[in-house]
Ligand binder design. Structure first.
Ligand code: SF4
Ligand code: SF4
Length: 309
């Protein structure tokens, strides 16, 4: 399985958390689980969850330009000078509006016209800038282990990585002889955006964690603490007492029947059902019963199918 985080982010995350964040085996990106004929919302194979345009930071552009396929999808973005800045590539209003509308209309994963320019639909659909993705792409999963706890951990890691991305983009620019970041200009790199972004990538890779932490000050320390706490919370497996009547009750879960005869119970989001046999579903509705196991009870709680009354 390919790691979710880019190599640079993985290094930052390991330093910040004290360990690598876990993989998410239920999000099977190369054979996208959201493109299978299951109940619930479905994504198109030529879109998947890549209906998003990353505003790549300067060093991420440099990383993207290191591979042939990355160059193929990134250089066209550099051709529009309105979106090319010393801090990185912006999205541009023309791209953002339609994306927001589609998301508001519930068409996430279903609008091929709005697919990310870095997405390659061949071979099952893949990202051409995998090692240069931004924090949004690297920390978003349709399905996570531990349900809300897992989402909370990724959310906090996303916040930390976003803080670090912005910090690094800001600090590498002055090191290249830029004007103050409040008024960025290309200076000696005018007309050499590609070389400039490449140098940004080299500088970004050279940062030691301690230096980043010092440069980031309170904001980075605050995000790091939140990310660590959320990660710890995700790893806590307190005993779930579920065979006491009235301990757990059915929450606001939505259910659908699959063609496989199973009940798909969606508790904490539209993309990750808990799969149950009819006997298990009957026990879930009753607040307990012989068809349930400890592991399934935990999954019901983690994914908010069961809630404390
Ligand atoms: S995270 Fe995206 S690509 Fe991966 S399985 Fe989920 S929808 Fe598919
Ligand atoms: S950058 Fe890659 S992972 Fe992110 S939306 Fe585009 S194709 Fe998908």
């Amino acid at each position: 399985m390919e790691r979710a985080l880019t190599p640079l982010m993985a290094r930052w995350a390991e330093e910040a958390l004290g360990a690598a964040p876990p993989e998410e085996p239920e999000a099977t990106c190369h054979s996208c689980v959201m493109c299978t004929p299951e109940p619930g919302p479905r994504f198109l194979p030529d879109v998947k969850c890549c209906m998003y345009l990353p505003a790549l930071k300067n060093f991420q552009v440099g990383l993207a330009l290191r591979t042939e396929e990355g160059r193929r999808t990134t250089l066209p973005r550099l051709a529009d000078p309105r979106n090319v800045t010393p801090l990185g590539l912006t999205r541009g209003d023309a791209q953002v509006g339609p994306l927001r509308r589609a998301l508001a209309e519930g068409r996430f994963g279903q609008a091929p016209a709005l697919v990310c320019p870095h997405f390659d639909a061949v071979e099952g659909g893949r990202c051409t800038i995998w090692a240069a993705r931004d924090a949004v792409c690297a920390t978003w999963f349709c399905r996570v282990s531990r349900g809300a706890r897992g989402r909370g951990a990724w959310h906090e890691l996303h916040n930390l990585l976003t803080e670090l991305e912005e910090l690094v983009a800001r600090v590498v620019a002055p090191r290249l002889g830029e004007a103050p970041v409040a008024e960025p200009s290309w200076g000696p790199w005018a007309g050499r955006a590609e070389a400039y972004y490449g140098r940004c990538a080299e500088l970004a890779e050279a940062f030691a964690w301690d230096e980043l932490r010092r440069l980031g000050g309170f904001a980075v320390r605050f995000r790091q603490r939140n990310a660590r706490e959320a990660q710890r919370a995700r790893e806590v497996f307190e005993p779930i007492v579920w065979d006491v009547p009235g301990r757990w009750a059915l929450g606001a879960a939505r259910t659908e029947r699959g063609e496989d005869g199973l009940v798909y119970a969606f508790g904490d989001g539209p993309y990750q059902p808990v799969l149950l046999t009819e006997a298990q579903w009957a026990d879930v509705q009753a607040g307990g019963g012989p068809a349930l196991s400890d592991a399934l009870a935990r999954r019901l709680v983690d994914h908010h199918v069961w809630v404390a009354p």
